[in-house]
Design a protein around this ligand. Structure first.
Ligand code: SER
Length: 321
């Protein structure tokens, strides 16, 4: 159980990470201990515990939920991703930054134990060294999404320094998963490719064949999040985002792995505006601080990821025909 009887709140519970983290947290702490919250109604799978329909940009509404359930830990996962954020920068700022401020303010007011917030490789930018990108380096993102991530990290650190709030962030790489459809990110080509390969045997990729980005399979991302949050606070040397890595591959390498399972699969490449976003992000990440401070070690490489994705997604796609 968490250190107190207070509940865990997960915002963005219908999203890519949220929908799987809620299940994992409920398995670990009990279904009643975890309150799921989203602007969309609840999916079936995470439906075994409390749920609140809410807009997290509404601080009063969020406060009501926190009081009602006696919330002591928040995983604030609500986020507009990079490509969607470029189409609607104002919305990205409101959702990604304003809602985080609401959570941080309420966390201080209600003396919460911990807050988790997802940062991203998008916090880096065109002048960041692109390979083995170190924890401490240039951060000059040129997407609104990336700007909200750097801002969010700085805000988290501010609340830690100023109020002693135990707020923790991970800079996730692109996350590959099968439970939710691709959700407006640049790394989401690595999710869409599986859906299209199984549905039609073809995929038109929106980044070029040689585009390399850091990626991670969802079971690793969930385990990382839970292990990171369980780590004693004294072992953490930063309350900005921790770099996190598992694998890096090009779009062509991913397509080749998919083809091993589906020999007739054909991937073509037609880079669009998302190429520029991908080109401003690192190709690989140095996550030694995570490994040293809280014992991070990934389990899924590209081959294992592709095997597991296809195994799980095949029946889902077959069922949707
Ligand atoms: N997966 C995110 C995106 O592509 C990056 O954090 O927008």
């Amino acid at each position: 159980m968490p250190s107190t009887k207070r509940k865990i709140l997960v915002t963005g519970s219908a999203g890519q990470i949220g929908s799987e983290l809620v299940v994992a947290l409920r398995k670990r702490y009990g279904s009643q201990a975890v309150v799921a919250c989203d602007i969309k109604p609840l999916g079936k799978e995470e439906g075994e515990g409390p749920f609140e329909l809410a807009d997290v940009t509404d601080r009063k509404g969020l406060e009501r939920i926190i009081r009602k359930h006696g919330v002591g830990i928040v995983y604030h996962l609500v986020s507009i991703l990079s490509a969607t954020g470029e189409k609607n920068p104002n919305l990205a700022w409101a959702i990604n930054v304003e809602s985080l401020r609401n959570v941080l303010e309420l966390a201080v007011r209600y003396k919460m134990d911990k807050v988790f917030w997802p940062s991203s490789i998008a916090a880096f930018g065109p002048h960041t060294p692109r390979t083995h990108t170190h924890q401490l380096t240039v951060m000059d993102p040129n997407t609104m999404y990336g700007i909200t991530k750097v801002t969010g990290e700085l805000l988290c650190n501010y609340y830690f320094v100023k109020f002693g709030l135990d707020v923790r962030c991970i800079r996730y790489p692109g996350i590959i998963s099968w439970k939710t459809p691709p959700g407006g990110g640049t790394t989401d080509y690595a999710v869409a490719i599986f859906h299209d390969a199984l549905r039609s045997g073809r995929y038109q990729c929106f980044v070029s064949a040689n585009t390399v980005m850091p990626m991670m399979y969802m079971p690793d991302a969930i385990r990382a999040t839970i292990e990171f949050m369980a780590c004693p606070r004294s072992r953490l040397r930063t309350h900005l985002g921790y770099n996190l890595a598992a694998m890096s591959f090009s779009a062509a390498e991913l397509a080749r792995e998919v083809k091993r399972h589906l020999p007739n699969f054909r991937c073509t490449y037609k880079p669009d505006e998302r190429q520029k976003i991908a080109d401003s992000w690192p190709k690989s990440i140095d996550d030694r601080w995570s490994r040293q401070d809280w014992g991070w070690k990934p389990e899924f490489n590209l081959r294992k990821t592709v095997d597991d994705m296809l195994k799980n997604l095949r029946p889902v796609v077959a069922g949707s025909h």
